[in-house]
Design a protein. Structure first.
Lengths: 246, 472
């Protein structure tokens, strides 16, 4: 299986971020897409631009339900700031976009398809540990993730096999294996964890963190519903990790 | 690896010196230098006390200065206080002494002046090539040759028979207290190394050294901070292929992700990353000194478990039930399950068991148990393919269980490729039974918690071995 060259992808991506060091959700999701990780179908409306693009049926289709979110690298807690409107129908879309634009005049707006799912919510994260360098995390996601603390860590890079062992450590693991008929796929998730670990090696320097929360199983694939990246633009802070023998 | 290989020869000398200088040795019995010097008289090394105020110490001619020594000693132990230690260490280095053990504390942990002194020490290895253990180090203890620089009680007599565990401890007192307690029931020691402030030699040097030599069959570490994180892990994985590595990592380093707004950062603290990293690299983590010693001793003596199915044999029903509960309780280290015995095994056990015995797992032979029944049942359980590990709850209270059972158990246990652990309690005689087991090659504990915990370490080790051998 050929992996995308992470370093090249990253370089291109870094230079495309509108506020250096503070990628917004749309930009972070485009990074995941370029690594082969699915994200919801969506449209980004820049600050001050008309909502027309979002409402154009040729772009998003005319049926279904939508999520409208404020989308700015400066706003990290959008739910707490009432920057998210869920379950918006096609006919209410335009009004939803305009409402958020009024609340956050200097921020962009992201309109995304509301992806249906039944299984568990998973979190995948990456960070820089001061002793050991880049590390990856996977666990029970959603808004209660910090309460349950059902997570496993490994250093990056992390093989798919090792990522599997992480999953096996989790209380939520059975839901990936058909518990109570819930859909999910451990193998595909382990692959993504390993990919994020590769990304962490190149992206995660001192002070950097990445949250994909939640990532859920929908229509036979894992989809990253929300992504938050905190990166450093200061290249000098990047530390080359000692290569890990495989 | 190259730098570490260079220090192998140094470490050889550090652990097996032919000649040792003790700077600060004294005729005043209350001095640290005098306690260390007296202790060293039991070793085979030639001793050279250095003290300008004495002519002779315990019949050994005393030298005023290090530079007056007639030979270049393999090791100099510097027992004087911090303010003088830096200067003396420099003298030793100038004289070409390869290894310096610096006992005194009061360096970096003691403010600005201390830090300045420590800086002087740091310059020594690079400038003169001498290697430094410490400062703030208790030094080393090698039972094999009686080379023992530890000046506080540490169960040294009880540990004198030696064994396969290399015990590397950043903290002196955690090391000696843990070992002192462990020595009550027997502990197989290859060597103790007190790292102290580790300005030069650190856990990486010693894990590589003990990892490479045949005399060590298990490495136990107490560390508060890890030097060269990734390299340490790489070395540990390498070593772990051949022998178990158990580490107690205490103290959470500041997470370095203080301005955190991510869930990942908050969940990491820094401790979860340590646990994950240790798992990934085949290091088994312990959380207190008792667990560290129990695990090391068990891993040194017993083969790794090939699976997680445990059989229990008991003469006391209550302990059998409790043991089954412990076995089936949750654990992040290794899940265990009660073995489902085959019909053949059950029939075999029933042949000799008392009529009212329970021949299913846990096998309860009741107070009617005899030596003969016990041995017969052990054999039947170990030959059952659905059993990976055996726990023997062995009490010497029933009148037909006698001390002769110990030798018969030892024959079975030392010849078995499946691990067998014993839980025993016998009032004030408990420890002497445990020590007796230990001398005969068996592992016993005075509580079910500790016994089952040790079993989990063996199952975890089994998994590590198969994961490392198969590849990542």
């Amino acid at each position: 299986m050929s992996k995308p060259n992470t370093a090249t992808v990253l370089k291109r991506w870094r230079s495309s971020i509108s506020i250096p060091g503070k990628p917004n959700e749309w930009e972070s999701k485009s990074l995941l897409s370029s690594m082969g990780i699915a994200v919801p179908r969506g449209v980004f409306i820049e600050a001050g631009k008309s909502a027309a693009a979002a409402v154009d049926p040729s772009v998003l289709g005319s049926t279904g339900h939508w999520v409208v979110k404020v989308c700015s690298g400066e706003i990290l807690h959008k739910t707490e700031q009432e920057g998210v409107i869920l379950d918006v129908t096609a006919e209410d879309l335009s009004a939803g976009v305009i409402a958020l634009q009024k609340r956050f005049p200097s921020a962009g707006i992201l309109v995304e398809e509301m992806v249906p799912y039944r299984g568990g919510e998973i979190i995948i994260g990456a960070l820089y540990d001061p002793t050991f360098g880049p590390a990856v995390m996977v666990g029970s996601g959603g808004i209660l993730t910090e309460l349950y603390k059902d997570v496993a860590f490994r250093l990056a890079p992390c093989t798919v096999k090792e990522a599997h062992r992480m999953l096996e450590e989790l209380t939520i693991y059975p839901t990936l294996k058909g518990y109570r008929g819930l859909p999910g796929n451990a193998d595909a998730l382990a692959e993504i964890v390993s990919k994020i670990a590769d990304l962490a090696v190149d992206l995660i320097a001192e002070g950097c963190q990445l949250d994909i929360n939640p990532i859920i199983w929908s229509r036979d694939r894992w989809v990253a519903l929300d992504v938050k990246a905190i990166i450093t633009e200061d290249e000098s802070k990047r530390v080359d990790p000692v290569p890990v023998s495989e | 690896m190259s730098t570490a290989k260079v220090s192998f020869k140094n470490i050889d000398k550090l652990l097996n010196p032919e000649s040792v200088a003790v700077v600060g040795a004294s005729n005043r019995k209350d001095k640290v230098g005098s306690i260390i010097f007296e202790g060293l008289r039991r070793s085979k090394a030639r001793l050279y006390p250095v003290n300008p105020h004495e002519d002779a110490i315990s019949g050994h001619k005393s030298y005023p200065q290090v530079s007056d020594l007639p030979v270049t000693v393999d090791v100099a132990i510097i027992t004087v206080r911090a303010e003088k230690a830096a200067e003396i260490a420099e003298q030793c280095a100038r004289c070409g002494i390869d290894n310096l053990i610096i006992v005194a504390g009061g360096f970096a942990e003691a403010g600005v002046q201390g830090r300045a002194l420590e800086e002087r020490l740091r310059a020594i290895p690079e400038q003169w090539g001498s290697r430094i253990l410490g400062p703030n180090s208790l030094g080393v203890f090698v039972p094999e040759n009686n080379f023992d620089t530890i000046f506080v009680e540490h169960g040294d007599r009880a540990l004198a028979d030696g064994g396969g565990i290399a015990f590397i401890s950043q903290s002196g007192s955690v090391g000696v207290e843990a070992l002192g307690l462990a020595s009550n029931t027997g502990f197989p020691m290859r060597a103790f190394v007190g790292l102290g402030n580790k300005i030069d030699l650190n856990e990486l040097d010693f894990i590589e050294y003990f990892g490479a030599e045949d005399k060590t069959d298990c490495i136990a570490l107490y560390i508060e901070n890890v030097e060269q994180g990734r390299r340490f892990l790489e070395s540990a994985r390498e070593v772990s292929l051949g022998k178990p590595v158990v580490a107690l990592k205490a103290g959470r380093t500041p997470s370095g992700v203080s301005a955190v707004s991510s869930h990942t950062g908050k969940l990491a603290g820094s401790d979860r990353v340590v646990s994950g990293a240790f798992r990934q690299y085949g290091i088994q983590r312990a959380f207190d000194d008792e667990e560290l010693c129990d695990a090391a001793k068990t891993l040194s003596y017993l083969p790794p478990a090939r699976g997680n199915r445990v059989a229990v044999i008991t003469g006391a029903g209550g302990f059998g039930v409790m043991c089954a509960d412990y076995i089936e309780s949750d654990s992040s280290r290794a899940r265990l399950q009660m073995a489902e015995l085959s019909e053949r095994t059950i029939t075999r056990i029933r042949e000799k068991a008392p009529t009212f015995a329970s021949c299913h797992n846990p096998v309860d032979l009741t107070a009617g148990v005899t030596n003969e029944m016990y041995v017969h049942t052990m054999k039947a359980l170990l030959e059952d393919r659905s059993v990976d590990i055996l726990i023997c709850i062995t009490f010497f209270a029933p009148h037909a269980v006698t001390d002769q059972l110990i030798d018969r158990m030892a024959d079975i246990i030392t010849g078995s490729d499946k691990p067998v652990l014993i839980f025993t309690e016998y009032g004030p005689f408990t420890d002497s039974y445990l020590k007796e087991f230990y001398k005969k090659g068996m592992i016993g504990f005075p509580s079910l918690t500790r016994t089952v915990r040790a079993v989990r370490f063996l199952v975890e080790r089994g998994r590590i071995v198969s994961a490392l051998r198969v590849g990542s």
